[in-house]
Every structure is written in structure tokens, then in C-alpha cells.
Design a protein around this ligand. Structure first.
Ligand SMILES: [Zn+2]
Length: 743
């Protein structure tokens, strides 16, 4: 089957009737990129990571209570098997969550199977013979041997040590003397071996810790006892969360410093998969200060993987970042090999974001690997290799999602005793249990399905807001005064903001502001806190009505804030149901329809508003429509984003929804890389096609379009201000290079 999706007429999304001052002529991302954290002076390092895009990691979390465990581990065989997978680098276990090292450490237990040998030295030597880059793997915090040997080092949950009875993982507190042990062992390891880099896994909190070290430190730093009831409106609870983040970040800094002073050319990074985790793990985005590049493992659906690539792109001090996932279905499954096309789709998602990719395998307890797994990957990795020399550049987008590290919680947990809360969010699923992250994920999916390239902005790079024509602030929980001020300045200066739900209502210490911090920008005031009962958005304005049609309302279950209009235009009202959803019975028939709960008779409050502020404008939704699961919400949300943009997106595609379009600009080479990657991961690929349109603006002119990696010229059609081309027989990945000249 060969489906060609024909270019649809691009509607006129001009913002004129909304009065937003139009920016310069539409064209390709010509704004000067602001200075971000990557511009600070960086230590000189071995640059292996710039050349190594295909990587392997074999988990060796094997204990030594059975003498058969790792009895067949042979470094040469191990490396020879990995080499069949055609990677350009490997990560090598030096210890594991179990604790014993695979090299003869003088500071802690050595795995019994290693005996007097040295697996790390032998594997390093064998890998060098194969010209493989080698990064050391070190499990910090998670160390069963240290946990067992030193009860004083343990992370102590609020309810005591009972949770460990059902957990395989023993974890050590960074405020205990464990910290000195981890630093000393890092120095020992990096002093002994010439690795290219080191990766520290597991620098996060599995539980909030109530050990004597943490209690004493909190008392000293904050003058209070550690609170035991979750309360996101309580400054003491908020201070505890910030302290946990600070303490974990401090350990990361100490480990990075230990590497730098021992072998200064080595790269250092720490596991960043908790960027999507909930508050419990308390890994702040600022921990990236201690990472040379962003890296983390993820096992969720495509939308999660696609989003995390943008978060890593935004956070990574150096490029490429590293995306890891398992060759088995997930980390809990030791045997089920993913299908070849699924593996290929996941692997290509990284180069589509100019990132490096790593497959994670897990060793058999006796120490052997399944050779055929590497033969399969050996059929996939060589397909990635020819693209590598073309990767790099700046992720180009007109739209950015704002992701708030501090907003990774739910106010509905308030009042819960800490040990009683079961809410968890991790890297295995896209269901986060965090309203902010759910709204981020929904917005990401809507943009991806509509082929609108997007980027991510975090508090780490607030100065970059003005790089984007539209910024989405999806139901942020807490915002500092500095964040509020940055958003106000962004809109005043001509930016277009979509914000929803709580955004700017709560300060970063958890206290409720008198009104939205951005009330003047939104043109509306907050009247009450969020209500989580059923409501409906009912269009009140012609253009918004046309987005929702043929429906007359959008159902909304994700919570809403009652607002009062000050000076905004109302696009939609909020309507409550005739009767509350959970009321009514056969004996007391207070319902309006026996199965469903229809919208009531009159509107209740403004729901979605539009407001001009300074040179820009803001669209505020009192409930996060972008987070709702109903498919209809996605085009409605994207319709608002198009309207905020006010022009035509510089790069857009007409293609099936499962295709993701990314754009990297390499201004020094006067080239754009346009990647198309399939996110149809749960099914086999089917050939399809579509159209891509690129507007270069007045200052750039097309020279040639080439298909990569062959670099052969590819036909395109001139259109006013740019080019348009079609693609067909697309299955998993395509990359095009558009060469331009500046006038
Ligand atoms: Zn502690």
C-alpha cells in the first residue's frame, strides 16, 4: 500500500482580528538563540561522545550467594558477543545495585565470581581492541551490600525499615557516611582504569528519608523537624522537598568532582530518567549541572520517548544526549525480545533528535549473553550509522513546552501521611499521576500528531522563552516570582502564551498568591482553587466554535479553576452539568439523563479566554484541555496554538499522525536537517507518504534538497518563501537535508 497524503490548503490563521502585533515575516527560526547554560565555560574532555552514537549496556545486577552466578562471565567472550551488535561504544558494569564490584576494589566487597581476577580490566582491554568507547557504570545510592553492612547508612522511610521487607533494593542515604564511601570508590575506580567516561546510576530518593542524618541536617538548615504529612501548600513541606533535591544534587556534584580530580579527561553523567518521575525521587533538573550530557533510560510509550528527547535536548550541557531503552519489553521482563521493527523505530527516534541511542540488555545469572540478540541488533545499528556524520545543529521550533521541575506533584495528595501515599510515577509508563506532566504529555502528543515541531524550555533556560513564537505553560503547579516575571516579559515583548489551570497561582514555597501571578497577562482573575468535578467547555466565539464543531461542548474531567473576567475576550464558557455526576438514584431521581451527565442549562464562568498584553497575547484555559484523553481535544488545542502563532509554521507536514517531524538547523553549514520518524511502535510499519513544506523567509533561499544518507538530490517545488516536497514509501525513518543561501 502506498498512501500519499496530499497537501491540504493551509488555512489563514492570521491573528489580525485578535489584534496581536505580528512578528517579522514568517520564516525559518531566524531569531538569535539566547545564551543558555551550555554557553558557560566547560572543562576540556575526551570527545568520544561526539563520535559514538550507537551504544550498549548490559545490566549485571547479579548477586553472589549461588556459586553458579557469573561463573561463566568471560570478558573476551562478553565483548566479542557485544561486538556482533555493531555498536560504537559500550557501558561497562563496575558495580551494581547488589553492591559487589566486578574489579578488585579495596574499599568494598568484590563479586565472588571475580575471585582474584578483574573483569573490568579484561573487558576494557578487549573493548579497546575492537575500537569501542567504554563508559564505566557505577550504581550509587542503590547498593545492597553497603546497606546490609552499614545500618547507619540506610535511607529510612517514614514508617521505618518495613518497606525493605518487600523490596529487593537496599538504598543508602547521601547524608550518611555512605557519601564518603561512594566518593572514595569513585576515585579508586577512575584512578585504576582509563575509561572514556562514567555514568552514575540511581541518584534519587526511593523514599523520603527520616534517618538521623537527614533529621539533623534539616533541623540545622531549616530550623524545623522534617514534616510527615504531604502538604504542597505548607512552606515547611516545600522546604523539605527542596532540601532533598539539594542534597541529592550535592552528592552528584561530589561524585563529578571526584572524577574530575582523578581523571580530568573523563566525561561524567548521572541517570536523568527521573526528569519524568514524581516528587518522591526528588531529582531536580538542576542536577544536570553535574552532567556533561543528559542520559537516561525509558520504557514508556512513544509519546514519552519523544518528549524526553526534547527535555534532554533542552537540559544537555553538551550534545549529543543519550537515550536508553531495553531490548526486552521492559526492565521486568528478562526474556521477551522486542520485535525488530519496534527496536528500529525506537533506535531511530534518537538520531531524529540528533541524540545517541543505547540498547540495554540484562546478563543471564551465570554470566552469558544471548548471541542472537546482538545479531538482531547487528541488523539495525548499521542502518543508523550512515546518518551520524549529518547529525547536530540546533533543534528548531516555533513552539516550546514549558516543563516545570518543581511542579511534579499533585495538590490532591495534601493531608496524606507520607508513608500512606501510593502514588508513583516512573519511567515505565506515561501515566504520571502528576497533572502538570500529564498536561505536558498531552500537549506534546497534540503537537507531534499535527507535525508542529516543538522544543522544551525549563527553569534552567528561562532566557530562551523569547526564542519561540508560542510558549505552552501546561497547568504548572508552582511558579517562582522569577518565572512569573520571565513569562510576563515574554508576552509583553511580543510572545504568545497558552497557559492552563493553576499556572502562576501558587508561589514556589507553596503559598497561594492573591491572584494569578500572571493575572494582568491573562486578563482574568482566579476566584477559587481547582475543583475536580465534571465540567464542560462551551464555545462562545465564532472561531473557537468552528474548532469544536460538530460538538457543542468539550467534556472536561481534569479539574478547573473558577475565574472572573477582567479584560479578556471569552472564547468558551465553563458549564457545569445539570446535576452532579455522582448524584441521583431510582429513589431520588436527581439526574438529568440516566446514563450520562449532560451539560447544564447556563454557563457558569469564563472557561477559555484571550487577552492582548503588551506586544503579545495570552490564551488562558481554566482547565487543562490539553491533558484530556478525548481525541477531539488535540485539534482544538492545536487550533489555539495556531491562532496564537498567527502565521504559518515555518516547517510543517501533511502526513499520518504517527509520524514525528523534527528540524535541526546548522546555520554555519547553511543546512537544515528534516527528519521523519515513525512512532507506530505497537504495529509493523506500513509504507506511507506525505508532504513537507518549509518556509525559509526573506533572508534565506533554497539551493538544494538532498535525501540522506545517500546525499542524492531530491525533487522539490518552489512555493512563495520556501519549498515543498513529497515523500512516499516511508516506513520508519527518513532524513532530508535542505541547503540554503543567505541573501
Ligand atoms: Zn537520610
Amino acid at each position: 500500500m502506498n498512501i500519499i497524503f496530499v497537501l491540504l490548503v493551509v488555512a489563514d490563521f492570521s491573528c489580525q482580528d485578535d489584534g496581536m502585533k505580528k512578528k517579522a515575516t514568517a520564516g525559518l527560526y531566524q531569531s538569535k538563540k539566547s545564551e543558555g547554560p551550555r554557553s558557560c565555560s566547560l572543562p576540556k574532555l575526551n570527545d568520544w561522545y561526539k563520535r559514538c552514537y550507537r551504544r550498549f549496556l548490559v545490566d549485571i545486577h547479579i548477586p553472589d550467594w549461588d556459586k553458579r552466578f557469573l561463573s561463566k562471565l568471560d570478558a573476551k567472550t562478553y565483548v566479542n558477543t557485544l561486538a556482533k551488535g555493531k555498536s560504537s561504544g559500550i557501558m561497562l558494569y563496575c558495580n551494581s545495585h547488589v553492591g559487589p564490584t566486578l574489579y578488585p576494589s579495596k574499599l568494598g566487597p568484590v563479586h565472588k565470581a571475580i575471585g582474584r581476577g578483574d573483569f573490568v580490566a579484561d573487558a576494557l582491554k578487549a573493548a579497546r581492541r575492537k575500537q569501542l568507547s567504554v563508559v564505566a557504570y557505577y550504581s550509587a545510592v542503590y547498593n545492597n551490600a553497603a546497606f546490609l553492612a552499614h545500618p547507619d547508612w540506610r535511607i529510612i522511610p517514614h514508617q521505618g525499615e518495613s518497606p525493605y521487607e518487600h523490596s529487593r533494593y537496599g538504598t543508602c542515604c547521601p547524608n550518611s557516611p555512605y557519601r564518603d564511601f561512594a566518593v572514595a570508590q569513585t576515585e579508586e575506580l577512575c584512578g585504576r582504569y582509563e575509561f572514556d567516561g562514567i555514568f552514575f546510576d540511581m541518584l534519587f530518593w526511593p523514599y523520603a528519608c527520616y534517618c538521623p542524618h537527614c533529621r539533623a541536617r534539616f533541623l540545622k538548615e531549616e530550623g524545623e523537624d522534617i514534616p510527615s504529612v504531604i502538604d504542597w501548600n505548607n512552606p515547611t513541606w516545600m522546604a523539605f522537598q527542596r532540601a532533598r533535591e539539594r542534597w541529592m544534587s550535592e552528592l552528584a556534584g561530589l561524585l563529578t568532582a571526584a572524577v574530575r580530580r582523578t581523571r580530568s579527561s573523563m566525561t561524567v553523567t548521572h541517570q536523568l530518567s527521573p526528569v519524568l518521575h514524581g516528587w518522591r525521587t526528588a531529582m531536580p533538573y538542576s542536577l544536570t549541572e553535574h552532567c556533561d550530557y543528559a542520559s537516561g533510560d525509558f520504557y514508556g510509550p512513544p509519546v514519552q520517548q519523544s518528549l524526553v528527547c526534547k527535555i534532554f535536548e533542552a537540559l544537555s550541557v553538551r550534545k549529543p544526549f543519550e537515550f536508553m531503552t531495553s531490548r526486552c519489553l521492559d526492565l521486568w521482563d528478562h526474556v521477551t525480545l522486542k520485535g525488530a521493527s519496534l527496536m528500529e523505530m525506537q533506535a531511530f527516534l534518537a538520531p531524529a533528535h540528533a541524540g545517541a541511542f543505547m540498547f540495554i540488555d540484562a546478563i543471564d545469572p551465570v554470566g552469558t549473553l544471548n548471541r542472537r540478540v546482538y545479531e538482531r541488533i547487528g541488523g539495525i545499528f548499521p542502518k543508523l550509522a550512515p546518518y551520524e556524520k549529518f547529525l547536530g545543529g540546533d533543534l528548531a521550533a516555533d513552539v516550546a513546552l514549558y516543563v516545570s521541575s518543581e511542579s511534579r506533584f499533585d495538590f490532591r495528595e495534601n493531608g496524606t501521611l507520607i508513608g500512606a501515599s501510593s502514588k508513583r510515577a516512573d519511567n515505565m509508563t506515561s501515566e504520571t499521576g502528576m497533572p502538570h506532566m500529564e498536561a505536558v504529555m498531552g500537549a506534546a502528543r497534540s503537537l507531534q500528531e499535527n507535525h508542529i515541531p516543538y522544543a522544551v524550555v525549563t527553569q534552567r533556560n528561562l532566557a530562551r522563552l523569547s526564542d519561540y513564537r508560542v510558549v505552552v505553560l501546561p497547568n504548572g503547579r508552582v511558579m517562582s516570582d522569577a518565572e512569573v516575571e520571565a513569562f510576563r516579559a515574554y508576552v509583553a515583548g511580543g510572545g504568545a502564551l497558552y497557559a492552563s489551570g493553576y499556572s502562576s497561582l501558587i508561589a514556589d514555597d507553596g503559598t497561594l498568591r492573591k491572584d494569578f501571578g500572571l493575572a494582568d497577562v491573562f486578563g482574568v482573575s482566579a476566584h477559587t482553587m481547582m475543583d475536580h468535578t465534571l465540567a464542560f467547555f462551551t464555545p462562545q466565539e465564532k472561531r473557537f466554535t468552528s474548532l469544536v464543531e460538530p460538538q457543542e461542548h468539550l467534556i472536561h474531567r481534569g479539574g478547573w479553576i473558577q475565574i472572573e473576567n477582567r479584560s479578556a475576550k471569552v472564547l468558551a464558557d465553563l458549564t457545569k452539568p445539570w446535576c452532579p455526576e455522582n448524584e441521583g438514584s431510582v429513589l431520588r431521581p436527581s439526574f438529568a439523563s440516566i446514563h450520562s451527565t449532560p451539560p447544564g442549562w447556563t454557563a457558569f464562568a469564563p472557561g477559555i479566554t484571550w487577552h492582548r498584553y503588551g506586544k503579545g497575547c495570552a490564551c488562558y484555559a481554566s482547565g487543562p484541555i490539553e491533558a484530556e484523553p478525548q481525541k477531539v481535544n488535540r485539534p482544538v488545542f492545536v487550533g489555539l496554538i495556531r491562532r496564537l502563532h498567527g502565521g504559518t509554521f515555518p516547517v510543517e507536514a501533511q502526513a499520518p499522525a504517527f509520524i514525528e517531524l523534527t528540524v535541526f538547523d546548522k546555520p554555519s553549514e547553511r543546512r537544515l536537517n528534516l527528519s521523519l520518524v515513525s512512532l507506530r511502535q505497537e504495529e509493523e510499519p506500513i509504507p506511507c507518504g506525505g508532504t513537507v513544506r518549509v518556509l525559509l523567509g526573506e533572508a534565506r533561499h533554497p539551493v538544494a534538497l538532498r535525501v540522506l544518507p545517500s546525499h542524492r538530490k531530491y525533487p522539490f517545488r518552489d512555493i512563495p518563501g520556501g519549498i515543498e516536497f513529497t515523500f512516499s514509501d516511508f516506513e520508519i525513518f527518513s532524513m532530508f537535508e535542505l541547503e540554503y543561501r543567505n541573501s
